[in-house]
Write a protein that binds this ligand. Structure first.
Ligand SMILES: [Zn+2]
Length: 277
């Protein structure tokens, strides 16, 4: 809308300020009204959005030679090749999320949890536990719908209500809302140019992955480990796992193996989509 909105999109701090105001907007106005206006601030910040998307977006099909993000992988880390970004979809879940969080904490690992809004609304204590455990929280829609089948108003509600559920779970906590990311992972990885446009309008950045563990197929833990190891050559090692949706016993086992073996191999586990990567 205005040029002074450009810089904040790139600034982690101001992204969070935006999220805060966004949350209030959700309280105060109907999604339908907002959708017809289409006037969220980042709408004209195309260049910044594209840069963020280039940094955070990877194709669904893993590309063995990543050319994005080597320069955005920074934080002055000594060896960026030894950083793994663990990400979890479809939670929080009262059975699996606590087990996964416990493992992550045992290995001093932090990752990013792409939450379903309906689950975040049902289990706010789990959202809070993740944030208190230092994990990053991000958006995976409210009801796990295919965004390519939605009009803008429905898309907006899916994203905004999820954002609200996460922020509401963190209300009255001491700064935990700073761990909520502006990243949005579309269910099924389903996007098209219209969905990208919708995301741009509400200031959310698409976030995919480079290493699919295939845990969603229910494969054994050692196969999950092997699938992660097979992707260690990628410049950006963004690992897809699931902490909800179905029986995740094998995911818990596989995660334990990944954390054990790759910690020993010198890898560190950092959150994806924090505004600095
Ligand atoms: Zn999902």
């Amino acid at each position: 809308m205005k040029n002074h909105h450009l810089k904040p999109v790139l600034s982690g701090l101001l992204i969070l300020l935006f999220l805060a105001s966004f949350g209030q907007t959700v309280y105060g106005q109907s999604a339908v009204g907002l959708s017809s206006q289409g006037s969220m601030p980042p709408q004209s910040s195309g260049n910044d959005f594209n840069q963020l998307a280039a940094d955070w977006t990877r194709p669904i099909e893993p590309d063995p030679i990543s050319t994005t993000g080597e320069s955005s992988n920074g934080e002055g880390s000594a060896d960026p090749d030894k950083v793994i970004y663990l990400t979890f979809n479809d939670g929080p879940d009262p059975k699996w999320t606590p087990q996964i969080l416990e493992l992550m904490q045992h290995y001093h690992a932090v990752g990013t949890f792409f939450e379903l809004g309906r689950s975040a609304a049902s289990f706010p204590d789990l959202v809070r536990a993740l944030a208190e455990g230092g994990q990053t929280l991000a958006n995976h829609s409210y009801s796990h719908v295919d965004f390519t089948k939605l009009d803008y108003g429905s898309f907006y509600k899916e994203v905004a209500n999820t954002n609200w559920a996460i922020l509401n779970a963190l209300a009255n906590t001491d700064g935990l809302s700073s761990q909520v990311s502006a990243c949005l992972r579309p269910p099924y990885g389903a996007v098209d140019t219209q969905v990208y446009s919708y995301m741009n309008q509400i200031g959310f950045v698409p976030a995919f992955w480079t290493i699919d563990t295939l845990d969603w197929k229910g494969i054994p833990g050692d196969s999950i480990l092997n699938n992660v190891k097979a992707g260690l050559g990628y410049a950006n090692k963004v690992v897809l796992m699931h902490d909800g949706g179905e029986n995740r016993e094998n995911t818990v086992e596989g995660l334990g193996l990944v954390l054990h073996d790759l910690t020993l191999a010198g890898y560190r586990f950092k959150p994806f989509c924090t505004g600095t990567n």
